[in-house]
Design a protein around this ligand. Structure first.
Ligand code: 5GP
Length: 164
C-alpha cells in the first residue's frame, strides 16, 4: 500500500505499555535492555520503566553501502557493548521496527555468543523480516512515520512549527 502507517506520540505510549505487558505475560524477565540507536532508544526507555529494568545499554548500528557490493549491510559502530556486561544475561533487544530484519539479526548474532537468552521487542515488524521478533506490537508492510523522525532537524534561528 502507498499509504503510510503513522505512529503518533500518544500511540507510542500505548504501544510501549502493550509491548511490556506481552513480555511480562510471557514470563520473560530481562536483566538488561539493549537499545538500537537511535529509534530503539525510545522503545527501550519506555520498556525500561514499564518492566522496571534500570540496566539499559545502547548499540549503534548503521547501514553501510558497500563499495564493491551493491548490497546494504548493517554495521556496528563503536563503542560496541562490552561482552563482560552481557555475559550470562537475559537480554531484551529493543528497536522501533524490524524491516528487512538485518539490523536485528546482526545484534542477535552478536549477543548469542555471550548471553543466556536474547529476545527482540519491536513496535512494528514487516512480513519479510528475516528475524521473527518474540514481542511485536503491530505488523505492517507499509512505510512507517515515527513521531521522533517525522520532522526534519531544527535549524538555528528558525521559528518552530509546532503543529507540523
Ligand atoms: P532493518 O531493515 O535492518 O530491519 O531496519 C533498519 C532500520 O531502518 C530501522 O531500525 C529503521 O531505523 C529504518 N526503517 C526501516 N523501515 C522503516 C520504516 O518503515 N519507517 C522508518 N521511519 N524507518 C524505517
Amino acid at each position: 500500500s502507498a499509504e503510510r502507517e503513522v505512529l503518533t506520540w500518544e500511540m507510542f505510549g500505548t504501544a510501549g505499555r502493550a509491548l511490556a505487558q506481552e513480555i511480562a505475560d510471557d514470563g520473560y524477565r530481562p536483566d538488561l535492555i539493549l537499545s538500537i540507536a537511535r529509534g530503539g532508544l525510545f522503545v527501550a526507555g519506555s520498556l525500561g520503566y514499564a518492566l522496571d529494568v534500570k540496566n539499559l545499554h545502547v548499540m549503534n548500528v548503521e547501514f553501510y553501502t558497500g563499495v564493491n557490493e551493491r548490497l546494504d549491510l548493517p554495521v556496528m559502530l563503536p563503542p560496541v557493548p562490552n561482552a563482560v556486561d552481557l555475559s550470562g544475561a537475559r537480554v531484551l533487544v529493543a528497536d522501533d521496527v524490524a524491516d528487512t530484519g538485518a539490523t536485528l539479526k546482526l545484534v542477535r548474532d552478536f549477543c548469542a555468543d555471550h548471553v543466556a537468552d536474547v529476545r527482540c521487542a519491536v513496535i512494528y515488524e514487516k512480513p519479510h523480516s528475516e528475524v521473527k521478533c518474540e514481542y511485536v506490537w503491530r505488523h505492517t508492510d507499509r512505510w512507517i512515520n515515527f513521531p521522533w523522525s517525522t520532522l526534519p532537524p531544527v535549524v538555528e534561528g528558525e521559528d518552530q512549527v509546532l503543529d507540523a
